[in-house]
Design a protein around this ligand. Structure first.
Ligand SMILES: NC(=O)c1ccc[n+]([C@@H]2O[C@H](COP(=O)([O-])OP(=O)(O)OC[C@H]3O[C@@H](n4cnc5c(N)ncnc54)[C@H](O)[C@@H]3O)[C@@H](O)[C@H]2O)c1
Length: 271
């Protein structure tokens, strides 16, 4: 069987977790051939990846290895900057920063581009479960979808929540945002990507309710989907430890990408 050539954008918490797990247990018939990093990360990334992997800060050098599949683990800006080039190259673009898709014109443009170029856009389920059930309920007729993300106060540092709340002084679970998934993606680009994934799978960005909670007693990050429609209900909660290098991110996220590559499931395919 022919090997699938993989490119990775981002050498932060998730990017490193992917490389680390891959080096211990490689994904059959897949090979990481290029990693796009920031200039200050080049040497570290070369050390972590060894010879034979292109480590670069240049998207065109990155795409020269002709990846069949590109994993984005870098942020909204990386998605908007590189989606067109990745899709024009005919690659599958696996997007973790799903909140970037809340921008309607951008989403429509890259979907049209993917259709023309033979590329594809895929969102791995990330640190949540239940997307399969949500997709099934959508066929039946969803009337209500709500996503709640609860994280310790430290996870909300560096966000707009700091303008309204003294995060270090919270003594009980506190709702720091309530709105729809489009607003959540706009105001919390580094924290609300799962809300975007739920929106894409369910009722869309405008009609998906999102609540973000800072809980000083939370042992880690948790995400909860509540959905209903046509006499059916879905309730799923996933609670996990935070990544040691980025408390906004759950450690399970990078592994969900590997599970997607291994099984070709655990993802949403956008068309
Ligand atoms: N879908 C999910 O389940 C889920 C869960 C957690 C995090 N995320 C998202 O995944 C993304 C990565 O998360 P993380 O925890 O690794 O973040 P991180 O901040 O630890 O790492 C991101 C890295 O990407 C680099 N980067 C940014 N733009 C780049 C570019 N254009 N080219 C190359 N490198 C670039 C940054 O310098 C940083 O090193 C974030 O957008 C995060 O919000 C998604």
């Amino acid at each position: 069987m022919q090997e699938t050539s993989v490119g990775l954008i981002g050498f932060g918490s998730i990017g490193r977790a992917i490389i680390d797990s891959w080096s211990r247990a490689p994904i059959r018939n897949h090979r990481i051939q290029a990693v796009l990093v920031r200039s200050h990360q080049v040497e570290d990334a070369k050390d972590a990846l060894g010879k034979g992997v292109v480590v670069t800060t240049d998207i065109f050098e990155f795409l020269c290895v002709r990846p069949c599949l590109v994993i984005e683990a870098a942020g909204h800006t990386a998605v908007t900057q590189h989606a067109a080039d990745v899709l024009k190259a005919g690659a599958k673009f696996v997007i973790l920063s799903a909140g970037a898709l809340a921008n309607d014109p951008f989403r429509e443009d890259i979907l049209a581009l993917a259709a023309r170029s033979g590329g594809q856009i895929v969102i791995p389920v990330g640190a949540i479960a239940g997307i399969d059930g949500l997709l099934a309920l959508r066929r039946l007729g969803l009337s209500h979808v709500r996503y709640t993300s609860t994280k310790p106060p430290v996870s909300w540092r560096g966000t707009v929540a700091e303008q309204q709340f003294d995060l270090d002084s919270l003594t009980k679970p506190t709702t720091i945002f309530r709105g729809n998934a489009a607003e959540a993606a706009h105001f919390f680009p580094k924290n609300a990507n799962l809300a975007a994934t739920v929106a894409v799978a369910g009722l869309g960005f405008r009609d998906t309710e999102v609540e973000l909670v800072a809980d000083p007693s939370a042992p880690g990050n948790s995400g909860r989907i509540e959905a209903s429609g046509a006499g059916s209900r879905l309730e799923v909660t996933v609670a996990g430890e935070q990544s040691a290098s980025n408390p906004k991110t759950s450690s399970i996220t990078g592994l969900s990408v590997l599970s997607y590559l291994e099984n070709e499931t655990n993802c949403l395919s956008l068309r």
